[in-house]
Design a protein around this ligand. Sequence first.
Ligand code: ATP
Length: 373
Amino acid sequence: YTGGKVGASLLDVELQNVYKFFHQELAVNGIDVNIRRGEFFSILGPSGCGKTTTLRLIAGFERADAGKILIQGEQMNRVPPYRRPVNTVFQSYALFNHLNVWDNIAFGLRLQKLSRVELNSRVEAALKLVKMETMRSRFPTQLSGGQQQRVALARALVNRPAVVLLDEPLAALDLKLRQEMQVELSNLHQNLGVTFIFVTHDQKEALSLSDRIAVMHRGKIEQIGSPKEIYEHPSTAFVADFIGDTNLLAGKIAHSDRSTLQVDSHKGLKIVVQRHDYTEPTATSAPVMVSVRPEKIELSLERPTIRTNCFAGKLLHVMYLGTHVHYLVKLDSGDRIKVLQPNTGNTLSDTDIPIYVRWATRDCIALKASGSE
Ligand code: ATP
């Protein structure tokens, strides 16, 4: 397979101010995305946010109502799907049940009038890539879900597309198989050097596989960044809440200086937030959302000596998760705070006991309240 790796600065797919309406509904609302050559790029968001429509616009199954779509520098808006250098792997696999594995993979190539030798060698290479050499004669109904998924992948790769579009390709698999296929997909991507655009609503999957992620919400892109950037520096309350789990506390800026913000939450908590960049709201009385990840919060039965961001409450609920324990604490202010701690064997089990939560100023961030909705 010769999907040559090229400099990462080159762009493979560009969406410029793209809109797509369905009747009155704006499924894609003016998005700008630049996807680099060879990148594993994920589009992540809740159901109905416009992920699949975006992918179908790139594939050419939908036509944009406004904006430009470029693939490898060429405008694609009017180019039909089969003439675009992309191939799609669907969640449903879309295999032909009357054809065996080998013929399913060869199907698209047969239309290309290749020599028999060329056809054979390409199908064999694709079979090998997805480790299905021994199953070439089986029919789709004789394969497991994971094996069918491999055939669907091989069929998309056999045409040597510049860009592979994957629409929730692992959604139908059970957890264990899904994790195995995630590793395989990642290896495949690394070996091929081809651009992968991956649609998923599963934030863990997007975090673990992607070079960069675009988080979509109601037809718009909320943030594009590496998994680390998205998780540690979400730019809106929506992103903070959707990626991983978080506690969001609404309030107003009481005071700000160069390095910290003091936030008075609506329920009366005085929170100190270390500034991360200079995009946080700083004006006195500006509405903000403070986000604190559950794993950043300490729990203690005794009142900690450090009083900053330390609040008293009662333990409401304990959920045992094996590697971790999830606690729900009701603060005296009325806020409910989620806390996640590694399971050290000393799990608290009595609910209703007085308890303190505390977090470091650097472990919370202030976000514009407008993005929260
Ligand atoms: P899911 O994760 O549930 O697949 P999604 O993020 O992929 O969701 P889309 O399928 O892109 O979302 O849909 C975006 C919006 O556009 C939805 O509100 C959907 O109902 C609407 N939509 C999508 N396709 C069509 C269509 N062919 N006709 C009319 N409305 C559509």
